[in-house]
Design a protein around this ligand. Structure first.
Ligand code: FES
Ligand SMILES: [Fe+2]
Length: 460
């Protein structure tokens, strides 16, 4: 019997839902084209998606090309300073009106028949306008735009869904954790350099899961850091982790660097004279305590935006440099992901520190960095297995059981000052299971009779 694409999606969702109770997930979800098309419709078209950092489009007329799902959009700042997310398709015959990855322009002129749009998306002109379009209702022929755009902590998100919840509702308790990281100084953050891009033969969820909190891979995948003397004891680092699951598919994890044996002067490894420059103006006392005790290391805003505040350690100079990375797992197909990575710095950091930290960051993070090389060689595995006839015939599911009751030591943090569920160890995949349950919910939305994937947090 040949399954229709809708049958295949239903079969994968049923396997995901039944596996959620005992920590398994079907490999087909990392490779099946029908599942991927359903994700574009039910996840990416319904979510708030990261499109840019505000500092990338600092001046009127600045723009960058990005995507909402697979649809290309121009993120612009208009002449009045407002940000727009415009669908890059001419309203005449659909040709792209912008082809540069970034630039500055007051208008976008279509290369096909010359229709021209202002950088706020409104229709501006066309060749021989008075002869050809004497009575064109120009107010109705501007570029289509994302109906919702929000900017918070300099992060620009947009939702293609007219019925989307507010961005605050969408984030829920995740805002508390993002604020702790990106709200460290009220002068904000800026991007340095270009976003780096890497095209992987991997499904977007593999990267997303990694940023939810795949702490168990660190000591093995990244043993190269230990070999180079850049991390003194990776296994001990695993003991330093804690996991936080704020709900709605978002996740974050943290560590206590004081237990690392590294020469740490201030949270995250900032030099004390740099740390003292951060005003922490918007942070509550609880957020300040959280930052001091358990520095948020990385996290994921559902579905595909990640952040990572890590460090590089030079064993010769014994110097620790802190860098913050923004990360987008841009879907390009069921088994293709374009990874975009930005390095961002607090405006308050002295320029000399920023520059040096940026250089060190490139060595560890981003496409050419040590960490990414380690990860990228392995992230194609779920997609490869997901395409396998053998795996399908044997109904192979992947294992996410770490941290289920009776599996590993660790439990909730007694005095955690923040919202959501917590877990005082690296030895859990609970954050990933929470991400998967939210994915199942989103994929099942509108499907009558879908299986109940269980409630977040019930199986940490
Ligand atoms: S397609 Fe753009 S002007 Fe015709
Ligand atoms: Fe990694």
């Amino acid at each position: 019997m040949t399954l229709t694409s809708s049958d295949r999606v239903q079969a994968v969702l049923a396997a995901a839902a039944s596996g959620a109770a005992h920590g398994t997930f079907p490999v087909e979800a990392f490779a099946d084209d029908s599942v991927y098309q359903a994700e574009l419709d039910r996840v990416f078209a319904k979510s708030w998606l990261f499109v840019a950092h505000e500092s990338e489009i600092a001046e009127p007329g600045d723009y960058v090309l990005r995507h909402l799902g697979e649809d290309e959009v121009i993120v612009t700042r208009d002449e009045d300073g407002r940000i727009h997310v415009l669908y890059n398709a001419c309203r005449h015959r659909g040709a792209p009106v912008c082809r540069g990855a970034k630039g500055n322009s007051s208008h976008f002129r279509c290369p096909y028949h010359g229709w021209t749009y202002r950088n706020d998306g409104t229709w501006a002109s066309a060749p021989r306008k008075t002869l050809v379009y004497k009575n064109l209702d120009t107010a109705n022929w501007g570029l289509l735009a994302a109906p919702h755009v929000a900017v918070k902590w300099g992060l620009v998100f947009a939702s293609p869904d007219p019925a989307a919840p507010s961005f605050d509702d969408y984030l829920g308790d995740m805002a508390w954790y993002l604020e702790a990281v990106f709200g460290l100084d009220s002068r904000g953050m800026i991007v340095m350099g270009e976003p780096e891009r890497a095209l992987l033969e991997a499904n977007w969820k593999t990267g997303a899961e990694n940023y939810c909190g795949d702490a168990l891979h660190v000591a093995h995948t990244h043993k190269s850091l230990e070999d180079l003397g850049m991390s003194q004891q990776l296994l001990r680092e695993q003991e330093m982790y804690s996991m936080f699951s704020p709900g709605k598919g978002h996740a974050t994890f943290a560590w206590n660097l004081e237990r690392s044996g590294l020469p740490i002067e201030a949270p995250w490894g900032y030099p004390k004279q740099v740390w003292d420059l951060f005003d922490q103006g918007e942070l509550t006392a609880d957020q300040q305590r959280f930052n001091a005790e358990r520095m948020p290391l990385a996290g994921l805003v559902f579905p595909n935006f990640g952040f990572f505040r890590g460090f590089s350690f030079d064993p010769v100079s014994q110097r620790v440099m802190v860098h913050t990375q923004l990360r987008l797992y841009q879907p390009r197909g069921a088994t293709k992901t374009e990874v975009l990575s930005w390095l961002v710095f607090h405006v308050a950091e002295p320029e000399e520190y920023r520059t040096k930290s940026y250089q060190d960051g490139l060595f560890v993070l981003n496409a050419p960095g040590i960490l990414e090389q380690d990860d990228f060689t392995l992230w194609n595995a779920p997609s490869r297995v997901g395409r396998s006839r053998f795996a399908r015939d044997h109904e192979m599911g992947l294992n996410y059981q770490a941290g289920l009751p009776g599996m590993s030591r660790g439990g909730p943090i007694e005095d955690h000052p923040g919202p959501g569920e917590s877990y005082d160890s690296a030895f859990t995949e609970g954050n990933i299971r929470a991400f998967q349950r939210h994915w199942i919910d989103q994929m099942n939305a509108g499907n009558v009779g879908s299986a109940d994937p269980g409630r977040p947090g019930e199986d940490r």
